[in-house]
Design a binder for this molecule. Sequence first.
Ligand code: SIN
Length: 326
Amino acid sequence: MASKKIVVLGTGGTIAGLAPDPGQTGDGQPTYRAGQVGVERLLANIPALKGLPLLAEQVAQVDSKDMGPTVWQTLATRCAHWLSDDDVQGLVITHGTDTLEETAYFLHRVLAPEKPVVLTCAMRPADALAPDGPQNLVDAVAVARSSGAQGVVAVCAGQVHGAMDVAKVHPYRLDAFSSGDAGPIAWVEEGQLRRLRPWPVAADRRAGQLAAAVAQHSPTTWPFVEIVINHAGADGRLVDALVGAGARGLVAAGTGNGTLSQALEAALLRARELGVEVVRSTRCASGQVVPHRGDAIAATPGLSPVKARVALLLDLLARLSGAPAL
Ligand code: SIN
């Protein structure tokens, strides 16, 4: 029996980056531009992938700093299309590292896939002296082809991270990602998976509803949701400005256990009085907010501020489509 296809969707990033002058190093100028090489060419340049049943599709070609609703909407639609194809075993998505965790969480919520959806990336551009993208792509394809693999995961530097936990934790190192306290789901070693914990469960009962809301609303009309950080001297003026600018949702990245200065909390409660949805996360790099009875603003346990923002955005989008509040 012919093996099933792996569909590789390209969105850009450093993995598809090129240096205008590959010889240029260390003079303080940006050394490359992300999102230059087509995904088909990236795959064709990797001998280890020759002969595998891969199908490439270019969904976007962006530096992931510019990732947002327009690409997310298209990506969600294309993922759903390919996942519903019985001849497709799984998907690989090439993506920039900078917002990979947000896209991973977005797809986790919207697709809740029973097949593997594997995001991968690189810290060095495609024409670097020793690029990391080709190995990451080979590892990502190995994960997508593994029997039993499911859910949205990210593969980088030989580690498999779940969408809920993955975060970029280093601006330069090749192993730039971590799953924090949870640890990686698996290691990829010479094409073999050494699994440490279960695959993410496709458990979100609201995924279909969220996918419909994502498809239904033009990206320009998605609710304006922002993050405000608590810091020494945070006085809440930013919150007032955001409310004035039309924010529909605010994520407070609190200090420590999601704590907020009195002034910032007061501003957030004022915003809530005006109908703005407000949630709390922590600006700590690891761990999660421990909720307490009587908290004035609900916490989003397990979600970093950027993922809590995606969660709130999806919730507000679903409500625009008539779904009840969570
Ligand atoms: C990007 O996120 O697109 C640029 C940075 C990277 O991929 O490492």
